[in-house]
Design a protein around this ligand. Sequence first.
Ligand code: DAH
Length: 339
Amino acid sequence: MEKLKKIKEDAQKAIAEAKTSEQLYQVKVQFFGKQGELSLLMKEVGALPKEDRPAFGKEVNIVRAALQQSYDDSESRLKTAELADKLQKESLDLTLPGPHLSLGGTHPIPRVINEIVEILSRIGFSVRSGPLVESDRYNFTALNIPENHPARDMQDTFYIDENHVLRTHTSPVQIHTMENEKPPIRVLAPGSVFRCDSDASHSPNFHQIEALLIDKKVSMSDLKGTISFFIKEFFGSEIKTRFRPSFFPFTEPSAEVDCSCPLCKGEGCRMCGQSGWVEIGGSGLVHPNVLKQAGVDPNEWQGFAFGFGIERMAIIKYGINDIRLFVENDLRFLRQFES
Ligand code: DAH
């Protein structure tokens, strides 16, 4: 009984003095855990006279229960304090700047394509595509480009075989669309085109966007209105559009499209060769021969078309001075187009 009393007092004192839940747990192990002093004492019960054993056993259990109670009280007090302490120390400073997320961006070519498509989709145009390898008929003949036309020259065109070429422009999509769909038609065809040409302002693989509108009573003024609207939306409302008479086999009349130089606002700079104007592509009313070739009756339907160079538009919009930058993947160039 003496030993029991001593264990009880020592244990109570140690419980009271424990400063952390870890220390407290060690007290339990030492005094009333499975191998603790209390259990060892219980093993000595055999040394007692038989009649004293039940009373002693009962006493040990009372002490164990009392210690457990003190332990539980102490534990919940310490754990609460430790949690509060932890929350205090680990509190987040929400005013600190977050980690920098590098989001990447869209390459200027698809970026310009997306923007053109977005603008023209607002006035009813939707996107079509065509193959990059075209037969002679789609790339030339059906577009009213006769057999001896200089555009067919080996110097410009990549021939796959006698009858097939890498398309030299997006205009063949006009033919595919008219063959597959009934007018009225309002389509855009952005995509890759190929020409045997390469220097600071020419790439053998570049991009165009073709527009085709077929409807009743379409005139030059519809073409001019559409292109002027588009150019103001794309380059800015202060940019003027100019149409210069020109010739394309697949349009009649034909016009080249210039806009006032967005870089110098028409004053004259290196980009516009001091002229104040930059050329962005060709346009015109669809030639009756082209309509006929694609199965559309020119007596019932008319149309306009235009084809703009994507690289040219990106160069003008962003003031880029070398077409090769688009394909070199120099991160210093590309990072300027991060979203
Ligand atoms: N296909 C012509 C080229 O690559 C550009 C062009 C001119 C497209 C006039 C047209 C157009 O749709 O009407 O040079």
